[in-house]
Design a protein around this ligand. Sequence first.
Ligand SMILES: Cc1cc2nc3c(=O)[nH]c(=O)nc-3n(C[C@H](O)[C@H](O)[C@H](O)COP(=O)(O)OP(=O)(O)OC[C@H]3O[C@@H](n4cnc5c(N)ncnc54)[C@H](O)[C@@H]3O)c2cc1C
Length: 434
Amino acid sequence: MNEIAVTNNGLPRVVIIGAGFAGLNLVKTLEGKPVQIILLDQNNHHQFQPLLYQVAISGLESDSVVYPIRKLFKSCINMIFRMVSVESVDTLNNRVITNLGYVSYDFLVIATGSSTNFYGLKNIENNSIGLKNINDAINLRSWILQSLESAIDGSSDEEKQKLTKFVVVGGGPAGVELAGALAEFKKYLLRNDYPEIDSTLMKIYLIQSDKRILPAMSERSSAHAHEILKDLGVEVLLNTRVKDYDGQSLIVEGKNGREEILAGIVIWTAGVRGNAPDGLDTVLLSAGNRIIVNEYNQVQGLENVYAIGDIAFMQTPEYPKGHPMVAQVAIQQSRNLGRNILAVLNGEKSLTAFRYRDKGSMAIIGKKDAVADIKNVFLDGRAGWLIWSVIHLITLSGFKNKLAVALNWAIKYFTYEKANQLIIRKYSPGHTLN
Ligand SMILES: Cc1cc2nc3c(=O)[nH]c(=O)nc-3n(C[C@H](O)[C@H](O)[C@H](O)COP(=O)(O)OP(=O)(O)OC[C@H]3O[C@@H](n4cnc5c(N)ncnc54)[C@H](O)[C@@H]3O)c2cc1C
């Protein structure tokens, strides 16, 4: 196998797999420092996952939630980017094996994130869609719009009802935000843009296995979000598990036993699993396929290999099940690790253990309401919405993207107009149609 052509400049080489929140912030921490950074990603862009659902419901252009990696680091002289798919890691020989050859490292940082976990439910995986990347978002947008177009000429009311019944599985922030946005789509757009469809036929379900939605947030936030979703007409089913879906009928088990719901679209946001590359001993992986690390994000028994972000499973007394898989953990771990790598290179003996500073969590429901738990302060309504919007705009990459998103939100806030109802490529579950 060939070595990928990257010049060896004699500086210690840090290879980072993944240009998500963790990988990008590690590059920023090491920028201009005496190391050679090689950043590898299967895509040439960074994607802003928190806003994917807005692309899916035609609220934002897809280009405004992704940003080219090369453009982000055009003035970073100690970083080389390669768009490659990492196949495995060879920790004996300090090499990363990719589809285009291998790359040698002095330090390896695995920041490969996570993907949708269907927990082995093959039927559901084949007939529903996840929401983890920009392709999912564009495919879901097409699927929703195609269903509405088909519903116009559906042969019976039952057929039309099925085509316009959208089920979101998973009551975490991603599911709640998506269900709220779909309900607003129905409320404000269906009548105007699809006058041929009887809007009373369209139904949105949110299915949650827990006893409440947003279980990681305060009870107050959870109750408020539930109330708003109900007001928007979302059917929220708690303590309910999805068992099967064949593309027509969704089987759920809840307080009324086993039930069947005819559903045209099922969106699965109910779980994720780590994207651990091959080559690591299975004892280094947690149940959710995350890489087990110590308090310095170091992989057990491998002194120069680290994992950060969603892929890292660090157990601490405060987080016995590992840290939450959110952007703040990824960002804070990358900064701490960057400083520790520089400390190691400076010959310092003591490294800084990672301590998560939880800045709070939030979820938006519809376009004018949100819930936010920030320390002991609870915000909802317009205040929650404003803080959610400002924080997401600050975190989004690229000035042009910030401007495009802010403009889209401003227009939507006042007009309810959604400008991106485009079926650029058709979609059916399991494969993209051209
Ligand atoms: C719909 C949705 C909404 C969310 N909303 C929020 C929110 O509101 N607030 C919040 O804090 N968090 C939110 N999150 C979670 C947050 O986005 C993640 O915690 C965060 O992206 C993790 O960052 P990461 O760098 O670890 O992984 P990622 O951002 O997933 O990046 C991983 C990178 O690794 C690359 N990669 C993976 N495998 C390979 C391979 N084999 N070869 C090459 N490259 C590879 C991927 O292409 C990707 O660029 C949301 C997530 C989703 C899906």
